[in-house]
Design a protein around this ligand. Structure first.
Ligand SMILES: [Ca+2]
Ligand SMILES: [Ca+2]
Length: 267
């Protein structure tokens, strides 16, 4: 779709020109079918290509929103985001679909709240059913905070996402909030190895799991040969046990926490 490419080019050119001369206002050329909105080099410039596809670029810091690779993915990205953007706890535009699931990032201060909010969207906190889903999520959601970045949040701050894995009902029996099962061995294969081996004393008091995003590799043992290199693949994404508030992590650097909801989309 040529208009989509043209819109990206205009926004990029304006960003470069703003970098070089912040007193010069962005230029909105007349391209049939595209509406550009902008004020100056300190604000957002957006391009509306049709009613389902609009992209924007923040002239002050270069953050992009909606810049999927193609017009088709821009359309579907925006359609999925529109399904969830009217919930005030959803991170705006941080929603993406794969196969029969929508994945949505939401604000939540603890696991219970994250799960309740996931249910109000029609799903649960994410269930990682198999290795394929793990790998897809690793590449598209948490590694380098990929989904937050697609939504225009380019912060590289350390970030954790509450997942559905928990052993609230019965200590040591790891289940998913959705009630679904997974291909993993009692789900223990997903738990970070250093947690599992060295921190069993923490297990009783910690019944929930977060997954680490950005480039945060967490504990130093992730690259050891015996440490499930086939799953984590050297990227971020270790499941680490926490209490409901994730208070240990919050007391150690206070990284950002979100919930990662999974909502069935093929009903
Ligand atoms: Ca799943
Ligand atoms: Ca426990």
């Amino acid at each position: 779709m040529a208009r989509f490419a043209a819109a990206k080019m205009v926004l990029s050119e304006n960003y470069t020109s703003c970098l070089n001369n912040s007193n010069k206002s962005p230029n909105a050329p007349l391209i049939p079918g595209i509406t550009f909105q902008s004020t100056d080099c300190s604000s957002l410039m957006s391009a509306t290509i049709d009613k389902t596809c609009s992209i924007s670029l923040d002239m002050s810091n270069g953050a992009k929103t909606g810049w999927a690779e193609s017009f088709d993915s821009c359309q579907s990205f925006n359609l999925i985001a529109q399904k969830y953007n009217n919930f005030d706890f959803v991170v705006q535009n941080a929603a993406i679909n794969n196969e029969c699931s929508d994945y949505v990032i939401l604000e939540a201060s603890n696991w219970d709240e994250a799960q309740q909010r996931s249910q109000s969207l029609g799903g649960n906190l994410v269930t990682i059913n198999n290795k394929d889903e793990y790998s897809w999520l690793q590449n598209n959601v948490w590694a380098k905070n990929e989904l937050l970045s697609l939504a225009g949040d380019n912060s590289q701050e350390s970030t954790y996402y509450f997942t559905g894995l928990n052993d609230v009902a019965k200590e040591g029996e790891y289940v998913w909030a959705s009630g679904e099962t997974s291909d993993f061995n009692n789900n223990e294969d997903l738990i970070h190895r250093q947690n599992w081996l060295a921190q069993q004393h923490m297990a009783n008091s910690k019944d929930y799991f977060v997954i680490g995003g950005t480039n945060d590799k967490g504990f130093t043992d992730y690259v050891q040969n015996d440490y499930r290199p086939d799953l984590y693949n050297g990227l971020s994404g270790h499941l680490t046990w926490v209490d409901n508030e994730s208070s240990w992590l919050k007391n150690n650097g206070n990284p950002r926490h979100f919930g990662l909801a999974e909502i069935p989309s093929c009903k």
